[in-house]
Design a protein around this ligand. Structure first.
Ligand code: ADP
Ligand code: ZN
Length: 603
């Protein structure tokens, strides 16, 4: 069977997506690969197809136990013999899987990185033919990436210890050159074919808003999108609680998700959201991994994330069905402070020396700078993201808030001087809120001690929100910092440049409107007619039942995209159903009759 036959028979797809075929060809012909692809682009097919084209076993190194389990379940359902080796297995299960691997019973074996140095595993690998090693989340080899894993450093040794060097494919969604260089070097890739694919998601509309009051803005955004499904990401558990409560009080059906909830509540809330019972979920970044909900119509970030990688991954959960969807960042002056605080107070990684720890932090801070530039810049937002991920692109996309609104940059040097003087006069001991109140000349009791400062009331004609925006512009440009254990504003080397050196400070302000940004109404079920969406509901019900019976996540049976396509095509028999995207022969044999039954009853 050739690659197209494999794609159709096992996975049920007619065509490769951009980049996939190039990667399959390279690996199948013995060339190493470095693939940089966004989440959801379809990495797995890229190593699973060559695995089925080659004699021998493909070993996939993956750091995420839960995803490993799902991938293997999914492969087995598609008719590919596969297994995983990780700490979730008992000793007996582990030994059994190894002996089956030795007997050549598997084509693909997923393995957690810490297993690579286990003598028994090595012994088995040396006695069989390992033809491909695929490294998922390859950025974990680099301490410059967001999730360095020392166990990943064992991969190169593992590869060298095999009697014949397998071809190596490394997969990541991380962008920076430094991380890519590390991957090539540390995994010892042999002049790899480097493929960067499709970071653009043309159906997503990007916008950054800087509202005076985030809660009010959020509420009105949600009300305008009533009935549509959306995720609201918050930086902390606390703000998840607050925002969710605020929405519920305002009568918006919403649920919540963060790591502080019990496993049962998390599962329940997630199910309620995924099955469209509750349209809105408020969550920390703990939410989303491995969740395949294709009809998310908007993702709103209530706080600015720590870097563009996280932002794009989270925002990218909108519009997986290809329908128009929105990614909205609500940016506020405090976000910089919160993000810095989170970086500076993150759990130290016990595997890193103090020196390494410090340089990781440095790299996180520099990635935060990029995020801040996204939130405060005036250029095309999509272009900013694509360039960040190394893709060449134009300067105008016409589908982001910066392309549709015109922003001007206002010179705020005189106001900035007032702020800096105020910080100096109050001995650099206070945070953003208090400094803003002093400048506003507020009569609150908290600042009565400070009302003799020369800068008291110096900006009294401005709103507190505007004063905070000015402070945030100073933080952005490094004329002030707020790095300490408490977010206290302090002067920097560059402060003097503004006060005495003639440096200018600029801030992004809304200029004349170019065009009212018009959002297309959307939801995946609207793409179907009323009747078809009833059919979709029936098919989903069947899928949910099968998933429960087999104890696997629903999307492993069929994805939403597959069920939607089934509603459109309404196949009548076991041959026609193969034309539905995502239905391969094996799944057809297993589930075909039942789904055809539901469709037949319907037509
Ligand atoms: P990643 O690992 O890059 O996040 P996956 O490998 O999980 O992405 O693929 C994401 C989704 O895209 C899956 O539902 C997968 O079945 C689907 N997919 C992958 N390749 C194709 C293709 N060529 N045509 C249609 N759907 C595809
Ligand atoms: Zn744009």
């Amino acid at each position: 069977m050739d690659k197209y036959g494999i794609l159709k028979t096992y996975f049920g797809y007619d065509t490769f997506r951009p980049g996939q075929e190039q990667i399959v060809d390279a690996l199948a012909s013995g060339r190493d690969v470095l693939a940089v692809m966004p989440t959801g682009a379809g990495k797995s097919i890229c190593y699973q197809t060559p695995a089925l084209l080659s004699d021998g076993i493909t070993v996939v190194v993956s750091p995420l136990i839960s995803l490993m389990k799902d991938q293997v379940a999914s492969l087995i359902k598609s008719g590919v013999p596969a297994a995983y080796l990780n700490s979730s297995l008992t000793y007996e299960q582990y030994m059994l899987a190894l002996s089956r691997m030795q007997a050549g019973r598997y084509k693909i074996v997923y393995v957690a990185p810490e297993r690579l140095s286990s003598p028994r595993f090595l012994e088995v690998c040396r006695s069989v033919s390992v033809c491909i090693v695929a490294v998922d989340e390859a950025h974990c080899v680099s301490q410059w990436g967001q999730d360095f894993r020392p166990d990943y450093l064992k991969i190169a040794d593992f590869i060298h210890s095999l009697p014949r060097r397998p071809v190596v494919g490394a997969f990541t969604a991380t962008a920076t050159d430094r991380v890519r260089d590390d991957i090539r070097k540390i995994l010892d890739l042999d002049s790899p074919v480097t493929v960067t694919t499709g970071f653009d998601r043309p159906n997503l509309f990007f916008s950054v808003l800087t509202p005076e009051k985030k809660t009010e803005k959020l509420l009105s955004l949600i009300r305008e999108r009533r009935g549509r499904s959306g995720i609201i990401y918050c930086a902390t558990r606390r703000s998840v609680e607050d925002v969710c409560e605020m929405l519920l009080r305002a009568g918006v059906p919403a649920t919540r998700y963060h790591a502080g909830l019990t496993a049962e509540e998390r599962q329940k809330n997630q199910d309620s959201f995924v099955s469209d019972l509750t349209p809105v979920i408020v969550a920390t970044n703990a939410f989303g991994m491995g969740i395949d909900k294709s009809n998310v119509s908007f993702v709103i970030h209530y706080n600015m994330p720590k870097n563009i990688e996280s932002y794009y991954q989270e925002a990218g959960r909108a519009g997986r069905d290809g329908e128009p969807a929105e990614c909205i960042l609500l940016y506020g002056p405090h976000d910089i402070i919160t993000a810095k605080f989170l970086i500076n107070n993150s759990e130290p990684n016990p595997d890193l020396s103090e020196e390494e720890q410090a340089s990781v932090r440095q790299s996180e801070l520099s990635r935060l700078e990029d995020m801040i530039r996204y939130a405060t810049g005036t250029g095309c937002l999509r272009a900013f993201i694509l360039r960040y991920f190394g893709e060449a692109t134009g300067d105008f996309c016409g589908a982001c808030s910066n392309c549709l609104e015109s922003y001007e940059s206002e010179d705020i040097t005189e106001d900035a001087k007032c702020v800096l003087r105020c910080v100096a006069e109050t001995q650099q001991r206070y945070g953003m809120s208090l400094i803003s109140e002093v400048l506003k000349g507020s009569s609150s009791e908290r600042i009565s001690r400070l009302d003799r400062a020369g800068s008291f009331g110096a900006l009294r004609t401005y709103t507190l929100a505007k004063i905070k925006n000015i402070i945030s512009a100073l933080l952005t440009d490094g004329f002030l910092t707020a790095d300490g254990e408490y977010p206290v504003l302090t002067l920097t080397e560059r402060s003097a440049d503004v006060l005495y050196g003639g440096a200018h400070v600029k801030m992004k302000v809304l200029g004349k409107k170019k065009k009212e940004p018009e959002m297309k109404k959307t939801s995946s079920s609207q793409a179907l007619t009323g009747e078809d969406s009833e059919l979709l509901t029936e098919l989903k019900r069947l899928r949910a039942r099968l998933a429960r019976e087999e104890n696997v996540p629903a999307y492993i049976i069929f994805t939403d995209a597959t069920l939607t396509d089934m509603c459109r095509k309404k196949p009548r028999d076991m041959t026609e159903i193969l034309r539905v995207t995502g239905v391969g022969e094996r799944k057809r044999d297993k589930y075909g009759m039942q789904f055809l039954g539901v469709i037949e009853k319907f037509v």
